[in-house]
Design a protein around this ligand. Structure first.
Ligand code: ASP
Length: 628
């Protein structure tokens, strides 16, 4: 086989009159029928135009080569030898190799291809995703997908190099684990050797990395696969990757600084972008000002609490909201300190013109999915307000203008409800308005840290069996140092105190998406036991399920903390796609299917027997995968 001397995207005018060997896939061909064939040859680096010209080929092989070239079809694999020359027909400015062509003297056909179901070189005419996933090897030949693979590789390479320099070591943790109750549903693997017992695939290596700190590893990193058997959602994969990190003898400050330096290095290395230092915001402030714990700071539209002003109006919608009791809006009983009803509003600069009636009618509908009754609006004029709820807010015109810094030509959008519902609905609406009005600048990176999360949220339950505390992050997250005594002192019935306890958790947010989350961990056995107790595990259960952790904590655990970055999400940002399947070489569909290998699949009865497992017919309403 001809050995490549160059890649297909490499040759330039400086190479003119050199001999080069190329190999790759036939991207497209043009047969001029006069003993002249043009082929664009493709590999992951790009395209080179090949010319098969009777005039230029040595007489003894002329017919053979041009004849063979004539038979080439899309996606055939070939190797060629030829001489580089300036393009006869003038340069093609669309290609980096567009100034040259390779005049072929020798052709080897390495593999013929059947007519492909779609042509990777024809971006304009791609079929639906299903067909592309079925033939993923063709899909991945597309230059855009090759870029994704390479961006992902860059990210993991930069991560390994960065953390290596910082003294982290990569340690592998098991994939066959013990099933643990908290969090998402586990994927289970039946044990053949221990009849009736099961492993679980890890939802994250959380406990192993903590135990590595107890074991003296000091700084751990791993690029690992995690598995969560959750219900389908467009931006989620049951099997996903994390850059997982843990550090011993650290405070929150140490972790935040290290991880921020990593993210800034990554953006610099992969995109050449200098990201400024990240602002920090408490969870409460994020909820107050953006109605979200992962605020998108690329644009304004900040939520402002105007409850005190709203109270001065007779507007029924406002009055009813303000009369609400501490939030019972079903969003999980967040430990918000802003109990009860609120009226919030945000200013839309220039909205009087830009927000059409059609849009604002749509907004009233949009917020209903978050439990809000509507989204009243009004326009700002020189003298006051016009349209919408203008007449109801007349008494507070001056104060409202001052509070929201309103200018003539703006619009104001209001939300009046329980704190959680109003915040959530306006927070989501804020994102929608930004999209509708195209307020998000391309290439703008807005990072921040969200800190001081509450330790717990409270699930009221069905009212019969009583409520239940849930860890807002996970059960191994420590209370902030200054809260430990208050935490240990509060008994389970003291909901008010417990919901006010802040944790030492943190999230890294980029352009409104959480790309990393972590915490300082509990390293005291008594604190860990108390958390388990509040989460509904009595001592015996905690011992049965997390005995190994509690035991490790008895033998000298250093203070420690860490974080996990969602690798897929990080790559999505860096590669500029919002489809998670684009950044995974062999992704699954929303229903967890691999369309290429057709997994999951049924297995032989004998295999099941060996595993001590019987497959039962799913009930009509149950999912269609066999129950194990
Ligand atoms: N294990 C956590 C997660 O997967 C991250 C962490 O706390 O480090 O979300």
């Amino acid at each position: 086989m001809l050995q490549r001397t160059h890649a297909c995207g490499e040759l330039r005018i400086e190479h003119a009159s050199e001999t080069a060997h190329l190999a790759g896939w036939v991207n497209n061909y043009r047969d001029h029928g006069t003993g002249l064939v043009f082929i664009d040859l493709r590999d992951h680096t790009g395209l080179t135009q090949l010319v098969f010209d009777k005039e230029d080929v040595p007489a003894d092989v002329r017919d053979e080569i041009v004849e063979a070239a004539d038979k080439l079809r899309a996606e055939d694999v070939i190797a060629v030898k030829g001489v580089v020359r300036k393009r006869d027909g003038g340069p093609n400015p669309k290609l980096p190799t567009g100034e040259i062509e390779l005049v072929v003297e020798k052709l080897e056909v390495l593999a013929k291809a059947d007519t492909p179901p779609f042509q990777p070189g024809d971006e304009q005419n791609l079929p639906g995703e299903e067909l592309r996933l079925r033939h993923r090897y063709l899909d991945l030949r597309r230059p855009a997908m090759q870029n994704m693979l390479r961006t992902r590789h860059r990210v993991t390479k930069v991560a390994r190099d960065f953390f290596d320099t910082m003294g982290f070591i990569e340690v592998e943790t098991p994939n066959l684990c013990r099933s643990t109750p908290e969090g998402a549903r586990d994927f289970l693997v039946p044990s053949r050797l221990q009849a009736g017992e099961f492993y679980a695939l890890p939802q994250s290596p959380q406990l192993f990395k903590q135990i590595l700190m107890v074991a003296g590893a000091d700084r751990y990193m791993q690029i690992c696969r995690c598995f969560r058997d959750e219900d389908p959602r467009a931006d989620r994969q049951a099997e996903f990757s994390q850059i997982d990190l843990e550090m011993a003898f650290v405070t929150r400050e140490d972790v935040l600084n290290t991880m921020e330096a990593f993210a800034r290095t990554l953006w610099k290395e992969v995109l050449g972008v200098e990201v400024p230092r990240f602002p920090r915001m408490t969870w409460q402030e994020a909820m107050d000002r953006y109605g979200s714990d992962r605020p998108d700071l690329r644009f304004g539209l900040e939520l402002v609490d105007i409850s005190d002003l709203a109270a001065k109006t007779d507007f029924k919608v406002f009055q009813q909201a303000l009369a609400k009791n501490p939030d019972s809006s079903g969003t999980g009983g967040h430990p918000s300190t802003r109990d009860g009803g609120v009226v919030k509003a945000f200013r839309v600069p220039g909205g009087a013109e830009k927000l059409t009636r059609k849009l604002t009618d749509g907004y009233a509908e949009f917020v209903k999915q978050f439990g809000a009754g509507g989204a009243p609006v009004t326009k700002v004029t020189d003298s006051g307000f016009e349209t919408g709820i203008a007449r109801f807010i007349e008494p507070i015109t001056a104060e409202l203008k001052e509070r929201l810094k309103l200018e003539p030509g703006d619009s104001v959008i209001f939300g009046a409800d329980g704190y959680n519902t109003a915040s959530k609905a306006l927070g989501e609406l804020r994102l929608k308005v930004a999209k509708d009005l195209d307020l998000i600048e391309d290439g703008h990176w807005a990072f921040l840290w969200v800190v001081d999360f509450p330790m717990f949220e409270y699930d009221e339950g069905d009212g019969q069996s009583g409520g239940r505390y849930k860890a807002l992050h996970h059960p191994f997250t420590a209370p902030r140092d200054d809260q430990v005594d208050r935490f240990l002192g509060a008994d389970a019935g003291d909901t008010q105190t417990l919901l006010g306890i802040l944790s030492d958790g943190y999230d890294m947010v980029c352009n409104g998406s959480e790309i990393g989350g972590g915490s300082i961990r509990i390293h005291r056995r008594d604190v860990q036991q108390k958390v388990f107790g509040l989460l509904g595990l009595d001592d015996a259960e905690a011992e049965a399920k997390f005995g190994f952790l509690l035991e490790a904590l008895r033998f000298g655990a250093p203070p420690h903390g860490g974080i996990a970055f969602g690798l897929d999400r990080v790559v999505m940002h860096l590669a500029g796609t919002d489809n998670i399947r684009d950044v995974i070489a062999f992704p699954k569909t929303q229903t967890g299917a691999d369309l290429m290998t057709e997994a999951p699949s049924s297995v032989d009865e004998a295999q099941l027997q060996e595993l001590h497992v019987r497959s039962v017919e799913p009930e009509a309403t149950a999912s269609t995968s066999p129950a194990v």
